[in-house]
Design a protein around this ligand. Structure first.
Ligand SMILES: C=CC1=C(C)c2cc3[nH]c(cc4nc(cc5[nH]c(cc1n2)c(C)c5CCC(=O)O)C(CCC(=O)O)=C4C)c(C)c3C=C
Ligand SMILES: [Fe+2]
Ligand SMILES: [Fe+2]
Length: 361
């Protein structure tokens, strides 16, 4: 094989994260909230009701409050979610090498999915690997990314081979990377308890994806199997079990909970705020908090867990609260993505090497 020239990229890789406002100004936060919450997979009610709720109630009232929180989390380089995602793209490109072209798009706002896909379209790749950066599958996140990407690509004249990485909640390297981050804290000082706090979802959305009428009953999320393969809550429990096992925790040393409820409908439980108060009542004074639904630190981790739930904990009698930072641009995380992408590539590599006409001649 000739190694003197670098190979042409043969595969396009699209990383997709949720998105964040362009700036922490009220106007930009309002625009972000409108686009995000008008997604029918996020607020899954009929269009006219959603339009009224988002444009007349949530966006106008929430934008000024959320903008203040975004101002807290904003750095000189911008929104952490975007800054980490862009650096991750750069590092992954280096790790994968010249055979791949990595692009980054956000489901909402910028850099836009349209632009990211246009970059890949221009290269005329035969194969695209799309990685929604959400470890656990939810219709509101992974499902929404898949819907939007398919809608955009369906307008192309030549539609390449598409591979979606639907989830990686139990990928051994993902679990290993998150384990290492928490282990550093557990080895440095004693903690009474480990909390795994995930972004919540309306219960209705879990039910809609449950043809077997299995979810949200006692013990329904104790395992992931054919009956609940894409159940977000079950996948969150599975990630937590694997992390707890890798951290050497016994069953009474960890708890799963769900944060960020929006509106009055029931969301999946237990709610983080209730669990935090219960832990204090049980005499747990030192808590290590993980947030394994996110691969980059953002408003939901740094502010909501790192500050708001910490405040609840400390005010009700807790003594030490430590947030485990997200994977961000950890080299183990970059290597995890590299492996997941190469695993997908290898599975289809043969069809690349052998021209399709070969079997006919
Ligand atoms: C696991 C990932 C996420 C799921 C599932 C999810 C569902 C979901 N979110 C809302 C409403 C809001 N989420 C907000 C912020 C936000 N959400 C995620 C991820 C998931 N959301 C992230 C990474 C972020 C932070 C983005 C950042 O810029 O840092 C917000 C905006 C912030 C605020 O005003 O509080 C809202 C609103 C719903 C309704 C929902 C499920 C249906
Ligand atoms: Fe959210
Ligand atoms: Fe379930």
């Amino acid at each position: 094989m000739d190694h003197s020239t670098s190979p042409q990229p043969h595969t396009g890789v699209l990383l997709v994260n949720l998105g964040t406002p362009d700036s922490p100004s009220v106007g930009d936060v309002r625009r972000y909230l409108r686009e995000f919450l008008m997604d029918g997979r996020v607020i899954d009610i009929p269009f006219l009701s959603r339009f009224f709720l988002v444009n007349c109630i949530i966006a106008p009232f929430r934008a000024p409050k959320s903008a203040k929180v975004y101002q807290e989390v904003w750095t000189d380089a911008g929104s952490p979610l975007k800054v980490y995602s862009e650096e991750l793209k750069r590092l992954l490109q280096t790790a994968l090498g010249d055979g791949y072209r990595v692009s980054l798009g956000m489901r909402y706002q910028n850099p836009s999915l349209e632009k990211a896909l246009e970059e890949l379209h221009d290269q005329g790749f035969r194969r695209l690997i799309i990685v929604p950066l959400f470890p656990q599958y939810a219709s509101a996140t992974t499902g929404s990314v898949k819907e939007k990407v398919m809608a955009l690509i369906s307008q192309w004249q030549l539609i390449p081979e598409l591979t979606f990485v639907d989830q990686f909640y139990e990928h051994p390297l993902f679990v290993e990377a998150f384990t290492a981050l928490g282990k550093r804290y557990l080895e440095a000082e004693p903690f009474d308890h480990v909390l795994f706090s995930y972004h919540g979802l309306p219960e209705r959305q879990i039910r809609k994806g449950d043809p077997h009428n299995h979810c949200l009953r006692d013990g329904c999320c104790d395992s992931v199997g054919p009956h609940n393969r894409l159940c977000y809550r079950a996948q969150c429990f599975q990630t937590s079990r694997l992390l707890a096992q890798a951290l050497g925790l016994s069953d009474d040393q960890w708890t799963v909970c769900f944060q960020s409820r929006l509106g009055r409908d029931p969301w999946i439980q237990p709610y983080t705020e209730d669990v935090v108060k219960q832990l204090v009542a049980q005499g747990k004074k030192r808590v290590l908090a993980y947030s394994p639904a996110f691969v980059a630190d953002c408003l939901e981790t740094t502010i909501e867990i790192g500050e708001e739930y910490k405040e609840v904990f400390m005010e009700t009698g807790g003594e030490r609260w430590q947030l485990v930072e997200s994977l961000n641009v950890d080299p183990r995380w970059v290597a995890t993505l590299q492996t997941m992408i190469q695993e997908r590539s290898r599975a289809e590599h043969v069809s690349d090497e052998v021209p399709h006409t070969a079997s006919l001649s």
